[in-house]
Design a protein around this ligand. Structure first.
Ligand code: G1P
Length: 301
């Protein structure tokens, strides 16, 4: 890969979100809120902070709410303006800052993450790009977001960069797992990558988290990728093919990842963001302590 700036970010949001049924029968999981903002907004903010100005949402017919959310809400804005609700008006208007555009492409069939990313090829073209999986919410309080850390590394190294974190060995079957050549600081060259290996087969316990900075060569490789784990076209398999041609680095990002694709991860993120919120911190803390006392988990003082 060369070290051109990463301007385009791809958000695969065509998943069915079955884990969150019945809520996701009508509300896309990306629109579930963490405190006051939908999950997708956190990933979008991270991409914008990293310098991306073109956001490509890979979506399907059930996800109109995502497109509506990034559209201008004329009536609502007018109402808020007329009633002088400036604070709310700003919130509604600044879902996307000036100069950032949203593009929607359709993934007609759910053929896997790799296929979803390939759907963005006509928009991304021949330049390095980012992929963000909104389920993985990464919080780096007061510091650079994970993607910004990664685009900086991609710019200085000219390599593709994949976010990783250590997981317990019994969980390797839920992730892409990388083998690396040894780390220097937070990054190491990837020598192998495999999608959802069993604990016995996993080459390490270093798991892929949903942030990627990728060479456009991945698109060509995805076109040649056959269905893999789970019968799906896997992004992991195209990255594996890329390793024969180009360097890809595993990056241990600074920050905490919440797996918002699970109930407990979504709850954990909600609690952390509430505890960090200026207005909610105090009442949230009190409410949680009361609940734990009431349930006999902790003693009252
Ligand atoms: C996807 C990727 C996997 C990665 C994971 C991170 O899996 O295929 O390699 O480790 O995201 O969240 P999914 O969680 O969509 O099954």
């Amino acid at each position: 890969m060369n070290n051109r700036t990463v301007r385009k970010a791809v958000f695969p949001v065509a998943g069915l979100g079955t884990r969150f049924l019945p809520a996701t029968k009508t509300v896309p999981k990306e629109m579930l809120p963490i405190v006051d903002r939908p999950l997708i907004q956190y990933a979008v903010d991270e991409a914008i902070q990293a310098g991306c100005d073109t956001l490509v949402f890979v979506t399907n017919r059930y996800k109109h709410a995502v497109a509506d959310y990034f559209d201008k809400a004329y009536e609502l804005e007018q109402k808020l303006e007329r009633s002088g609700k400036q604070e709310q008006l700003d919130l509604v208007r600044h879902v996307l800052p000036e100069g950032v555009r949203a593009v929607f492409v359709t993934q007609a069939e759910a053929l896997g993450l790799g296929h979803a990313v390939l759907c963005a090829k006509p928009v991304v073209g021949d330049e390095p790009f980012a992929v963000l999986l909104p389920d993985d919410l990464i919080w780096n309080r007061g510091g650079d977001g994970a993607l910004k850390q990664m685009t900086d590394l991609a710019a200085s190294s000219g390599a593709s960069v994949i976010a990783t974190q250590e997981v317990p060995r019994e969980q390797t079957g839920s992730y892409g797992i990388v083998a690396t050549e040894g780390f220097s600081g937070r990054s190491g060259r990837i020598t192998g990558i495999v999608e959802k290996p069993s604990p016995e087969e996993a080459p390490s316990t270093l798991a892929v988290v949903g942030r990627y900075v990728l060479s456009p060569r991945v698109f060509d490789l995805l076109e040649a990728t056959r269905p893999g784990a789970g019968g799906e076209i896997q992004l992991t398999d195209a990255i594996s093919a890329l390793l024969a041609e180009e360097t890809a680095l595993a990056y241990r990002f600074k920050g905490t990842r919440f797996d918002c694709g699970t109930h407990i991860g979504l709850i954990e993120a909600t609690i952390r963001y509430a505890l960090d919120n200026e207005k909610l911190s105090e009442p949230a803390r009190r409410m949680m302590t009361d609940a734990l006392v009431e349930m006999g988990v902790i003693d009252s003082e």
